[in-house]
Design a protein around this ligand. Structure first.
Ligand SMILES: [Fe+2]
Ligand SMILES: [Fe+2]
Ligand SMILES: [Fe+2]
Ligand SMILES: [Fe+2]
Length: 403
Protein backbone atom coordinates (compact mmCIF):
# COMPACT_ATOMS: atom_id res chain seq x y z
CA UNK A 1 0.00 0.00 0.00
CA UNK A 2 1.17 3.51 -0.50
CA UNK A 3 0.58 7.20 -0.55
CA UNK A 4 -2.48 6.75 -2.75
CA UNK A 5 -4.37 5.06 0.03
CA UNK A 6 -3.56 7.95 2.31
CA UNK A 7 -4.90 10.47 -0.20
CA UNK A 8 -8.06 8.46 -0.64
CA UNK A 9 -8.48 8.01 3.11
CA UNK A 10 -8.28 11.78 3.55
CA UNK A 11 -10.98 12.25 0.92
CA UNK A 12 -13.13 9.52 2.46
CA UNK A 13 -12.98 11.23 5.81
CA UNK A 14 -14.61 14.23 4.12
CA UNK A 15 -17.36 12.02 2.74
CA UNK A 16 -18.12 10.63 6.16
CA UNK A 17 -18.69 14.04 7.59
CA UNK A 18 -21.02 14.94 4.75
CA UNK A 19 -23.03 11.73 4.82
CA UNK A 20 -23.36 10.43 8.30
CA UNK A 21 -22.25 13.30 10.45
CA UNK A 22 -19.57 10.94 11.75
CA UNK A 23 -16.67 12.34 13.58
CA UNK A 24 -14.09 14.34 11.65
CA UNK A 25 -11.00 12.36 10.65
CA UNK A 26 -12.89 9.18 11.47
CA UNK A 27 -10.94 6.78 9.23
CA UNK A 28 -7.60 8.10 10.42
CA UNK A 29 -8.62 7.73 14.06
CA UNK A 30 -9.73 4.13 13.47
CA UNK A 31 -6.42 3.43 11.74
CA UNK A 32 -4.39 4.75 14.69
CA UNK A 33 -6.42 2.77 17.23
CA UNK A 34 -6.08 -0.37 15.12
CA UNK A 35 -2.32 0.10 14.73
CA UNK A 36 -1.98 0.52 18.50
CA UNK A 37 -4.16 -2.51 19.28
CA UNK A 38 -2.47 -4.62 16.60
CA UNK A 39 0.98 -3.87 18.02
CA UNK A 40 -0.26 -4.66 21.49
CA UNK A 41 -1.51 -8.04 20.22
CA UNK A 42 1.92 -8.79 18.70
CA UNK A 43 1.12 -8.36 15.00
CA UNK A 44 4.02 -8.15 12.53
CA UNK A 45 4.60 -5.17 10.23
CA UNK A 46 2.91 -6.77 7.18
CA UNK A 47 -0.17 -7.71 9.17
CA UNK A 48 -0.26 -4.23 10.68
CA UNK A 49 0.04 -2.61 7.28
CA UNK A 50 -2.96 -4.62 5.98
CA UNK A 51 -4.98 -3.87 9.09
CA UNK A 52 -4.26 -0.15 8.93
CA UNK A 53 -5.11 0.03 5.22
CA UNK A 54 -8.44 -1.69 5.87
CA UNK A 55 -9.07 0.62 8.82
CA UNK A 56 -8.44 3.71 6.69
CA UNK A 57 -10.73 2.34 3.99
CA UNK A 58 -13.33 0.65 6.18
CA UNK A 59 -16.12 3.00 5.06
CA UNK A 60 -15.02 3.19 1.40
CA UNK A 61 -18.48 2.16 0.21
CA UNK A 62 -20.30 5.07 1.80
CA UNK A 63 -20.69 6.95 -1.49
CA UNK A 64 -21.83 3.90 -3.40
CA UNK A 65 -24.16 2.63 -0.74
CA UNK A 66 -25.69 6.02 -0.09
CA UNK A 67 -26.60 6.17 -3.77
CA UNK A 68 -28.14 2.73 -3.60
CA UNK A 69 -29.96 3.23 -0.34
CA UNK A 70 -30.82 6.88 -0.29
CA UNK A 71 -33.87 7.40 1.88
CA UNK A 72 -33.63 3.93 3.41
CA UNK A 73 -31.36 4.82 6.31
CA UNK A 74 -33.65 3.11 8.81
CA UNK A 75 -33.56 -0.15 6.88
CA UNK A 76 -32.10 -2.99 8.92
CA UNK A 77 -29.93 -4.03 5.97
CA UNK A 78 -28.48 -0.50 5.86
CA UNK A 79 -25.32 -1.21 7.82
CA UNK A 80 -24.63 -4.55 6.19
CA UNK A 81 -24.74 -3.15 2.67
CA UNK A 82 -21.81 -0.76 2.97
CA UNK A 83 -19.86 -3.52 4.75
CA UNK A 84 -20.45 -5.95 1.91
CA UNK A 85 -19.72 -3.49 -0.90
CA UNK A 86 -16.75 -2.08 1.01
CA UNK A 87 -15.13 -5.53 1.27
CA UNK A 88 -15.78 -6.29 -2.40
CA UNK A 89 -14.20 -2.98 -3.43
CA UNK A 90 -10.90 -3.64 -1.63
CA UNK A 91 -10.55 -7.25 -2.69
CA UNK A 92 -8.38 -6.49 -5.76
CA UNK A 93 -5.96 -4.27 -3.86
CA UNK A 94 -2.43 -5.60 -3.30
CA UNK A 95 -2.56 -6.59 0.36
CA UNK A 96 0.28 -8.57 1.87
CA UNK A 97 -1.86 -11.20 3.56
CA UNK A 98 -5.45 -12.35 3.92
CA UNK A 99 -7.91 -9.58 4.72
CA UNK A 100 -11.06 -11.61 4.15
CA UNK A 101 -13.92 -10.24 6.25
CA UNK A 102 -11.96 -7.30 7.72
CA UNK A 103 -14.34 -4.72 6.20
CA UNK A 104 -17.35 -6.95 5.65
CA UNK A 105 -17.66 -7.58 9.38
CA UNK A 106 -16.68 -4.17 10.76
CA UNK A 107 -20.09 -3.62 12.35
CA UNK A 108 -20.40 -7.05 14.00
CA UNK A 109 -20.76 -7.27 17.77
CA UNK A 110 -19.50 -9.97 20.12
CA UNK A 111 -23.09 -10.78 21.18
CA UNK A 112 -24.22 -11.50 17.60
CA UNK A 113 -26.38 -8.35 17.26
CA UNK A 114 -24.48 -6.95 14.24
CA UNK A 115 -25.79 -6.86 10.65
CA UNK A 116 -24.57 -10.39 9.82
CA UNK A 117 -25.53 -11.83 13.24
CA UNK A 118 -22.06 -13.34 13.78
CA UNK A 119 -20.90 -13.67 17.36
CA UNK A 120 -17.49 -13.58 18.99
CA UNK A 121 -15.09 -16.10 17.50
CA UNK A 122 -16.81 -16.32 14.11
CA UNK A 123 -15.38 -13.18 12.48
CA UNK A 124 -11.70 -12.38 11.94
CA UNK A 125 -9.50 -10.45 14.34
CA UNK A 126 -8.99 -7.61 11.84
CA UNK A 127 -12.75 -7.03 11.83
CA UNK A 128 -12.92 -7.28 15.64
CA UNK A 129 -10.35 -4.51 15.99
CA UNK A 130 -11.84 -2.22 13.33
CA UNK A 131 -15.32 -2.77 14.82
CA UNK A 132 -14.14 -1.91 18.34
CA UNK A 133 -12.41 1.30 17.25
CA UNK A 134 -15.32 2.24 14.98
CA UNK A 135 -17.87 1.67 17.72
CA UNK A 136 -16.31 4.07 20.16
CA UNK A 137 -15.39 6.76 17.65
CA UNK A 138 -18.68 6.74 15.71
CA UNK A 139 -20.72 6.84 18.91
CA UNK A 140 -18.63 9.06 21.13
CA UNK A 141 -16.51 11.19 18.80
CA UNK A 142 -13.22 10.57 20.55
CA UNK A 143 -11.76 13.96 19.65
CA UNK A 144 -14.28 15.52 21.99
CA UNK A 145 -13.46 13.38 25.02
CA UNK A 146 -11.28 15.13 27.57
CA UNK A 147 -8.82 13.31 29.86
CA UNK A 148 -11.41 13.77 32.64
CA UNK A 149 -13.85 11.73 30.59
CA UNK A 150 -11.36 8.90 30.05
CA UNK A 151 -12.20 6.80 33.18
CA UNK A 152 -15.90 6.72 32.22
CA UNK A 153 -14.98 5.79 28.63
CA UNK A 154 -12.74 2.96 29.83
CA UNK A 155 -15.42 1.72 32.23
CA UNK A 156 -17.95 1.74 29.38
CA UNK A 157 -15.59 -0.38 27.24
CA UNK A 158 -14.96 -2.83 30.10
CA UNK A 159 -18.71 -3.19 30.70
CA UNK A 160 -19.34 -3.96 27.04
CA UNK A 161 -16.72 -6.69 26.61
CA UNK A 162 -18.42 -9.81 25.19
CA UNK A 163 -21.38 -7.59 24.28
CA UNK A 164 -20.28 -4.93 21.80
CA UNK A 165 -16.57 -5.80 21.91
CA UNK A 166 -14.90 -9.20 21.68
CA UNK A 167 -12.71 -10.11 24.64
CA UNK A 168 -9.57 -9.73 22.53
CA UNK A 169 -10.47 -6.36 21.01
CA UNK A 170 -11.92 -4.92 24.23
CA UNK A 171 -8.84 -5.86 26.25
CA UNK A 172 -6.49 -4.50 23.57
CA UNK A 173 -8.46 -1.26 23.47
CA UNK A 174 -8.19 -0.91 27.24
CA UNK A 175 -4.48 -1.69 27.10
CA UNK A 176 -3.71 1.09 24.62
CA UNK A 177 -6.28 3.79 25.32
CA UNK A 178 -4.48 5.97 27.86
CA UNK A 179 -4.44 9.74 28.27
CA UNK A 180 -1.55 10.16 25.83
CA UNK A 181 -3.20 8.20 23.02
CA UNK A 182 -6.54 9.91 23.58
CA UNK A 183 -4.92 13.34 23.34
CA UNK A 184 -3.07 12.40 20.16
CA UNK A 185 -6.41 11.63 18.44
CA UNK A 186 -7.60 15.27 18.44
CA UNK A 187 -8.25 16.90 15.06
CA UNK A 188 -5.14 19.11 15.28
CA UNK A 189 -2.82 16.20 16.00
CA UNK A 190 -4.34 13.30 14.12
CA UNK A 191 -2.30 13.62 10.91
CA UNK A 192 0.97 13.67 12.82
CA UNK A 193 -0.26 10.71 14.91
CA UNK A 194 -1.12 8.72 11.78
CA UNK A 195 2.38 9.35 10.44
CA UNK A 196 3.85 8.13 13.70
CA UNK A 197 1.72 4.99 14.08
CA UNK A 198 1.21 3.80 10.57
CA UNK A 199 3.92 1.70 8.92
CA UNK A 200 5.85 3.68 6.27
CA UNK A 201 4.56 3.42 2.71
CA UNK A 202 6.53 3.98 -0.46
CA UNK A 203 5.29 4.28 -3.97
CA UNK A 204 7.05 2.57 -6.83
CA UNK A 205 5.83 4.21 -10.04
CA UNK A 206 6.61 1.11 -12.09
CA UNK A 207 4.56 -1.17 -9.88
CA UNK A 208 1.61 -2.52 -11.90
CA UNK A 209 -0.20 -2.91 -8.56
CA UNK A 210 -0.90 0.82 -8.80
CA UNK A 211 -3.42 0.07 -11.55
CA UNK A 212 -5.96 -1.75 -9.31
CA UNK A 213 -5.48 0.93 -6.65
CA UNK A 214 -6.25 3.61 -9.22
CA UNK A 215 -9.30 1.66 -10.41
CA UNK A 216 -10.49 1.38 -6.84
CA UNK A 217 -10.15 5.13 -6.31
CA UNK A 218 -11.87 5.90 -9.62
CA UNK A 219 -14.75 3.64 -8.69
CA UNK A 220 -15.29 5.40 -5.36
CA UNK A 221 -15.21 8.86 -6.96
CA UNK A 222 -17.58 7.81 -9.74
CA UNK A 223 -20.13 6.48 -7.29
CA UNK A 224 -20.41 9.82 -5.58
CA UNK A 225 -22.94 10.76 -8.24
CA UNK A 226 -25.28 8.67 -10.37
CA UNK A 227 -24.49 11.01 -13.31
CA UNK A 228 -20.86 10.01 -13.46
CA UNK A 229 -20.81 6.24 -12.92
CA UNK A 230 -18.06 5.66 -15.48
CA UNK A 231 -16.51 9.11 -15.79
CA UNK A 232 -13.22 8.71 -13.93
CA UNK A 233 -12.55 5.16 -14.98
CA UNK A 234 -13.12 5.98 -18.64
CA UNK A 235 -10.84 9.02 -18.38
CA UNK A 236 -8.13 6.87 -16.82
CA UNK A 237 -8.51 4.26 -19.56
CA UNK A 238 -8.39 6.92 -22.28
CA UNK A 239 -5.31 8.47 -20.63
CA UNK A 240 -3.63 5.06 -20.70
CA UNK A 241 -4.28 4.74 -24.43
CA UNK A 242 -3.11 8.29 -25.20
CA UNK A 243 0.08 7.63 -23.21
CA UNK A 244 0.59 4.52 -25.34
CA UNK A 245 0.06 6.57 -28.50
CA UNK A 246 2.71 9.07 -27.44
CA UNK A 247 5.17 6.28 -26.60
CA UNK A 248 5.49 7.09 -22.89
CA UNK A 249 7.57 4.69 -20.82
CA UNK A 250 5.77 2.60 -18.18
CA UNK A 251 6.48 5.06 -15.35
CA UNK A 252 5.03 7.99 -17.28
CA UNK A 253 2.10 5.93 -18.47
CA UNK A 254 1.23 4.89 -14.91
CA UNK A 255 1.68 8.47 -13.69
CA UNK A 256 -0.73 9.78 -16.31
CA UNK A 257 -3.18 7.00 -15.50
CA UNK A 258 -3.01 7.91 -11.81
CA UNK A 259 -3.47 11.60 -12.52
CA UNK A 260 -6.60 10.70 -14.48
CA UNK A 261 -7.89 8.44 -11.70
CA UNK A 262 -7.35 11.20 -9.16
CA UNK A 263 -8.41 14.28 -11.14
CA UNK A 264 -11.91 14.54 -9.63
CA UNK A 265 -11.05 13.26 -6.15
CA UNK A 266 -12.08 16.68 -4.81
CA UNK A 267 -15.65 15.78 -5.76
CA UNK A 268 -15.76 13.55 -2.71
CA UNK A 269 -15.89 16.75 -0.68
CA UNK A 270 -18.74 18.29 -2.71
CA UNK A 271 -22.21 17.81 -1.18
CA UNK A 272 -24.25 15.24 -3.08
CA UNK A 273 -27.33 17.49 -3.27
CA UNK A 274 -25.30 19.83 -5.49
CA UNK A 275 -23.61 17.11 -7.58
CA UNK A 276 -26.89 15.32 -8.09
CA UNK A 277 -29.12 18.32 -8.73
CA UNK A 278 -31.01 17.49 -11.93
CA UNK A 279 -31.94 21.06 -12.92
CA UNK A 280 -29.83 24.08 -13.73
CA UNK A 281 -27.34 25.11 -11.06
CA UNK A 282 -27.43 28.60 -9.57
CA UNK A 283 -24.23 30.65 -9.28
CA UNK A 284 -23.54 29.55 -5.72
CA UNK A 285 -23.97 25.88 -6.58
CA UNK A 286 -21.78 26.25 -9.64
CA UNK A 287 -19.01 27.71 -7.46
CA UNK A 288 -19.35 24.80 -5.04
CA UNK A 289 -18.90 22.34 -7.90
CA UNK A 290 -15.96 24.27 -9.32
CA UNK A 291 -14.36 24.08 -5.92
CA UNK A 292 -13.72 20.35 -6.50
CA UNK A 293 -10.62 21.33 -8.49
CA UNK A 294 -9.31 23.28 -5.50
CA UNK A 295 -9.99 20.29 -3.27
CA UNK A 296 -8.19 17.96 -5.68
CA UNK A 297 -5.10 20.15 -5.50
CA UNK A 298 -5.29 20.39 -1.71
CA UNK A 299 -5.63 16.63 -1.28
CA UNK A 300 -2.87 15.72 -3.73
CA UNK A 301 -0.34 18.34 -2.73
CA UNK A 302 -0.43 17.00 0.84
CA UNK A 303 1.30 13.88 -0.50
CA UNK A 304 4.91 14.46 -1.52
CA UNK A 305 5.39 11.18 -3.39
CA UNK A 306 3.00 12.10 -6.20
CA UNK A 307 5.42 14.28 -8.14
CA UNK A 308 3.94 15.74 -11.37
CA UNK A 309 0.67 13.83 -10.90
CA UNK A 310 -0.64 16.63 -8.66
CA UNK A 311 -0.26 19.24 -11.41
CA UNK A 312 -1.69 17.12 -14.22
CA UNK A 313 -4.73 16.16 -12.13
CA UNK A 314 -5.39 19.57 -10.59
CA UNK A 315 -5.15 21.54 -13.85
CA UNK A 316 -7.88 19.63 -15.67
CA UNK A 317 -10.32 22.58 -15.78
CA UNK A 318 -7.72 25.20 -16.71
CA UNK A 319 -7.77 26.56 -20.27
CA UNK A 320 -4.96 27.81 -22.51
CA UNK A 321 -6.62 31.23 -22.88
CA UNK A 322 -7.04 31.75 -19.13
CA UNK A 323 -10.80 31.17 -19.14
CA UNK A 324 -10.62 28.01 -17.04
CA UNK A 325 -10.72 27.46 -13.28
CA UNK A 326 -9.84 27.51 -10.44
CA UNK A 327 -6.61 29.45 -11.02
CA UNK A 328 -7.21 30.90 -14.49
CA UNK A 329 -3.84 29.59 -15.67
CA UNK A 330 -2.72 30.29 -19.23
CA UNK A 331 -0.81 28.37 -21.92
CA UNK A 332 2.59 29.11 -20.43
CA UNK A 333 1.58 27.51 -17.11
CA UNK A 334 0.14 24.36 -18.60
CA UNK A 335 2.48 21.53 -19.55
CA UNK A 336 1.64 18.89 -22.15
CA UNK A 337 0.08 16.36 -19.79
CA UNK A 338 -2.05 19.04 -18.09
CA UNK A 339 -3.37 20.01 -21.53
CA UNK A 340 -3.91 16.37 -22.42
CA UNK A 341 -5.84 15.76 -19.19
CA UNK A 342 -8.13 18.73 -19.94
CA UNK A 343 -8.86 17.40 -23.45
CA UNK A 344 -9.58 13.88 -22.20
CA UNK A 345 -11.85 15.21 -19.43
CA UNK A 346 -13.90 17.24 -21.90
CA UNK A 347 -14.02 14.39 -24.43
CA UNK A 348 -15.38 12.01 -21.80
CA UNK A 349 -17.78 14.53 -20.25
CA UNK A 350 -19.41 15.36 -23.57
CA UNK A 351 -19.46 11.70 -24.66
CA UNK A 352 -21.16 10.24 -21.58
CA UNK A 353 -24.86 10.54 -20.90
CA UNK A 354 -25.76 13.37 -18.54
CA UNK A 355 -29.14 14.67 -17.39
CA UNK A 356 -28.72 17.61 -19.76
CA UNK A 357 -27.35 15.78 -22.83
CA UNK A 358 -27.50 12.27 -24.35
CA UNK A 359 -24.56 9.98 -24.97
CA UNK A 360 -22.56 11.21 -27.96
CA UNK A 361 -20.50 9.25 -30.49
CA UNK A 362 -16.94 10.12 -31.45
CA UNK A 363 -17.83 12.43 -34.35
CA UNK A 364 -20.30 14.38 -32.20
CA UNK A 365 -17.77 14.74 -29.39
CA UNK A 366 -15.11 15.90 -31.84
CA UNK A 367 -17.34 18.71 -33.11
CA UNK A 368 -17.40 20.15 -29.60
CA UNK A 369 -13.69 19.67 -28.99
CA UNK A 370 -12.78 21.27 -32.32
CA UNK A 371 -14.85 24.34 -31.54
CA UNK A 372 -13.15 24.66 -28.15
CA UNK A 373 -9.73 24.30 -29.77
CA UNK A 374 -10.55 26.93 -32.40
CA UNK A 375 -11.58 29.34 -29.66
CA UNK A 376 -8.18 28.86 -28.04
CA UNK A 377 -9.30 27.00 -24.88
CA UNK A 378 -7.66 23.63 -25.52
CA UNK A 379 -4.65 22.37 -27.45
CA UNK A 380 -5.52 21.83 -31.16
CA UNK A 381 -2.69 19.35 -31.77
CA UNK A 382 -3.89 17.13 -28.92
CA UNK A 383 -7.46 17.39 -30.16
CA UNK A 384 -6.27 16.20 -33.56
CA UNK A 385 -4.42 13.26 -31.98
CA UNK A 386 -7.50 12.30 -29.99
CA UNK A 387 -9.58 12.38 -33.14
CA UNK A 388 -7.33 9.72 -34.59
CA UNK A 389 -6.76 7.62 -31.47
CA UNK A 390 -10.28 7.58 -29.95
CA UNK A 391 -12.17 6.94 -33.19
CA UNK A 392 -12.19 3.11 -32.85
CA UNK A 393 -14.05 3.37 -29.53
CA UNK A 394 -16.80 5.59 -30.87
CA UNK A 395 -19.93 4.99 -28.79
CA UNK A 396 -18.21 2.26 -26.73
CA UNK A 397 -16.54 2.09 -23.34
CA UNK A 398 -12.76 1.91 -23.43
CA UNK A 399 -11.22 -1.13 -21.69
CA UNK A 400 -8.73 -0.75 -18.87
CA UNK A 401 -5.00 -1.46 -19.08
CA UNK A 402 -3.90 -5.03 -19.23
CA UNK A 403 -0.88 -5.19 -16.92
FE1 LIG B 1 -19.11 1.58 8.73
FE1 LIG C 1 -16.95 3.99 10.39
FE1 LIG D 1 -13.43 17.93 -12.77
FE1 LIG E 1 -13.73 15.06 -14.67
Amino acid sequence: MDALIRVLAQALDMVEIAYIGASTNHGKRIAVLCAAMGRCLGMGEDELSDLVSCALLHDNALTEFTLLQRGREEDSAYLGTHCKIGQRNVEKLPFKGNIAGFIRYHHERADGQGPFLLSEGSYPMGAELIAAADMIDANLHLQRITPQGLPALRQGIADDIHRRFTGRAGSALLAVLDKELLESLGDERIVETVNRFVPAWNMDMEDPALVPIAEFIAHIIDYKSSFTRMHTLQIANRAWIMAGHYGYDLTQQIQLYLAAALHDIGKLAVPSEVLEKPGKLNDGEFKIIQNHAVQTRALLSAEEGLGPITEWASNHHEKLDGSGYPLGKTAGDLDFNSRLMACIDIYQAVSEERPYHPRRNHAEAMVILNIMAEKGGIDPAIVQDMDEVMEPWSGKDVEGPNV
